[in-house]
Design a protein around this ligand. Structure first.
Ligand code: ZN
Length: 126
């Protein structure tokens, strides 16, 4: 019998994926996705050709921000929305690189919008 204060370490050991389903290397060394819980694959290993466009939520959020913000913040949100919409039209072309580029772009957008005074509540949706 195992005695634990809260059992959190047991949950982590049992449920969290640790190796990539495709390449077998450790997941946590680079960006990865949960595919079929609790399994996971690296971004670069995922079969994006058979995956629906994964940035629909981010497209919706940037569209919402674009409508809600003004000035330079609106220009930045609109540019991000258009960038994502363009990638959606050509999906799955670019696959993993599109996903990696998108998350890098969204990190830059968050930093920029934060510097422009956009509330953390709105930024957390990105
Ligand atoms: Zn992998």
């Amino acid at each position: 019998m195992v005695y634990a204060d809260d059992g959190a370490h047991l949950t982590e050991a049992m449920v969290r994926p640790t190796v990539c389903e495709e390449c077998g290397n450790l997941l946590h060394t680079e960006p990865w996705w949960v595919t079929k819980f609790p399994r996971g694959v690296h971004t670069r290993c995922r079969d994006w050709a058979r995956t629906p466009f994964p940035l629909k939520r981010q497209l919706d959020v940037t569209r919402k921000l674009s409508a809600r913000l003004d000035g330079e913040a609106q220009v930045c949100a609109t540019a991000a929305m258009r960038w994502i919409a363009r990638r959606e039209r050509h999906w799955p072309q670019g696959g993993a690189q599109t996903v990696l580029d998108a998350f890098a772009m969204l990190r830059r957008l968050r930093t920029k919008l934060s510097a422009l005074g956009v509330s953390q509540k709105l930024l957390n949706q990105l």
